[in-house]
Design a protein around this ligand. Structure first.
Ligand code: PRP
Ligand code: ZN
Length: 300
């Protein structure tokens, strides 16, 4: 296996909340890869695309420095790096391309169960432990709060028990970590999900073409998740009403039915879930022979 300059490199979290979903998403884009023995590198077998498995905190830096062309990372990390660069008078060298609809979590303030908290002002003059110093600083200054931020690189939730902080500011997903540490979520600072970021460095035409292809496939994978293909028969006179009932569909295909007079077949891709209620409403509008199918792949 050689690491070639001409191959696309995508940074993915090595072990953590985003790892399995990130790899699964890339597999669904058609990428087949073999993992290196040290598990730090995945070689793409069927496309000129390799994956670098790294700490999530390092992903924006790697994409910024053009070591990787793309990265899959939480918005929480992207925002933290952006605030840190902003506060240092600099800007990031990558763009967030789109949200990936997994890894949903939030950056929140939490207080020990017995602590007093009656709103943001309760933070005045207090110590807050966090790994998200820049995001927290931004939040505090926006709310005109003077508080001390105490940096913890991990295990932030034990800071109050160690007497190191009065509050914490950390990621919350299920809330289990907070509960286990007798902490209560009191304020959300940032909502987050996984996103794909792309370097701003210009790429060779060949690489750019592959990046475009990967992004287009990712977009397709995300779109089909909710999408359904619906087929039904209906009288031509009811088409306006029926089209209006199809959730998130663009132009349905209308096919005449041989020997059925005024009745036509309607085929459409709906980009939203189709509930039983929708089918019942369609039937009430004159539709029959309703069939809903999953969509496997889509290319706009
Ligand atoms: C976050 C956070 C908590 C945990 C919260 O860590 O620091 O430890 O997840 O999740 P829960 O609400 O479901 O209990 P993360 O997975 O981001 O790991 P990292 O901070 O080590 O990158
Ligand atoms: Zn991390």
């Amino acid at each position: 296996m050689e690491i070639s300059e001409q191959r696309i490199k995508i940074a993915v979290q090595k072990t953590g909340r985003l790892t399995d979903h990130s790899l699964d998403l890339l597999e669904r884009c058609g990428l087949k890869f073999i993992q290196s023995k040290d598990q730090l590198f995945c070689y793409g077998e069927n496309m000129p695309v390799d994956l670098l498995l790294v700490r999530d905190d390092d992903i924006p830096g790697l994409v910024s420095e053009d070591v990787c062309d793309l990265g899959i990372v939480g918005q929480n990390i992207v925002e933290e790096k952006r605030f840190a660069l902003e506060q240092a008078g600099s800007t990031a060298c990558y763009d967030q391309v789109f949200e990936l609809d997994f890894g949903h979590c939030r950056l929140s303030l939490a207080a020990p169960e017995n602590a007093e908290f009656s709103g943001v002002d309760s933070l005045q003059g207090k110590r807050i432990a966090t790994s998200y110093v820049a995001t927290l600083q931004d939040y505090l200054s926006r709310n005109s709060i003077e508080a001390e931020t105490v940096y913890f690189s991990g295990a932030v939730e034990i800071a109050p028990r160690l007497g190191k902080a009065d509050f914490i500011c950390d990621l919350v997903s299920s809330g289990a970590t907070l509960t286990a540490n007798h902490l209560t979520e009191v304020e959300t600072i940032l909502e987050s999900e996984a996103v794909i970021i792309q370097t701003r460095e210009p790429l060779s035409d060949e690489k750019q073409e592959w990046v475009n292809r990967i992004l287009q496939r990712l977009d397709g994978v995300l779109q089909v998740r909710e999408s359904k293909y619906i087929m039904l028969h209906a009288p031509r006179s009811a088409l306006d009403e029926i089209s209006a009932l199809l959730p998130g569909s663009e132009y349905p295909t209308i096919i005449p039915l041989d020997g059925q007079g005024d009745r036509v077949a309607v085929h459409a891709v709906c980009k939203e879930s189709i509930f039983w209620e929708t089918l019942e409403n369609l039937k009430a509008a004159g539709a029959s022979s309703l069939l809903v199918l999953p969509v496997e792949k889509m290319l706009a």
